[in-house]
Design a protein around this ligand. Structure first.
Ligand code: 5GP
Length: 194
């Protein structure tokens, strides 16, 4: 997605350890018109999948997922990283190791919000090693629902997450695919430049 790649190039920065900082438009301050277009692009790519629910993980997955769910006219559910005191229902849980925070979080979703008949579109801001996305697919599996696909805003293609998801049979659509962050330079995979 050209507009997203331009935002990454112009407003993103590469941190020394292979992490892309995009807090100007996605992870802290949010560019709402870019998010609207990201939502529309996800809908275009998954429009034939009969999606009944969008699932993401707090907090940075919420903005792009919100726009997609709104366009699809389906509910958006976000997995919580910390169980809240008000979360008294039965929950689905999964353990997710965070690449950027270097800690493991137990993620939870109330059983009220995913049902066996659901076709769930999973969306996240980044795909790196795949732990977050796989944790979300496990929640969908526990609910007896179907993963319609995995939509990613920014894929770091050199960290193996896509391969892990595809090996498990999941369809992955990433709006920007980064081949390398070497020498603090963002290089996109050829196909996304078309
Ligand atoms: P994974 O679980 O695929 O290794 O990493 C995905 C999660 O880690 C995303 O939910 C995202 O929050 C975070 N993440 C991974 N790589 C980056 C990065 O380069 N920049 C930012 N801002 N977040 C990242």
């Amino acid at each position: 997605m050209k507009e997203l790649e331009r935002a990454i190039e112009e407003r993103g920065s590469v941190l020394a350890d292979g992490v892309l900082k995009v807090d100007q438009f996605l992870n802290h301050q949010i560019d709402t018109s870019l998010m609207i277009n990201i939502g529309k692009e996800f809908v275009k790519r998954f429009q034939d999948c009969k999606i009944t629910r969008v699932l993401t993980i707090e907090s940075s997955g919420i903005a792009p997922s919100f726009m997609a769910a709104n366009e699809l006219d389906v509910p958006l559910v976000f997995a919580r990283k910390k169980q809240s005191l008000t979360m008294t229902d039965d929950v689905y849980t999964s353990s997710v190791y965070s690449f950027t925070k270097q800690e493991t979080n137990k993620i939870t979703v109330s059983k009220n919000f995913i049902s066996p008949g659901d076709h769930v579109l999973i969306i996240d801001d980044f795909l790196a090693t795949g732990h977050a996305a796989i944790g979300l697919t496990e929640i969908v599996k526990q609910a007896g629902a179907t993963v319609a696909g995995v939509g990613i805003v920014i894929e770091k293609s050199f960290q193996g997450g896509r391969e892990k998801l595809e090996e498990k049979g999941f369809r992955v659509e990433s709006l920007a695919r980064i081949q390398s962050l070497k020498n603090s330079k963002v290089t996109f995979l050829e196909e996304t430049l078309i």
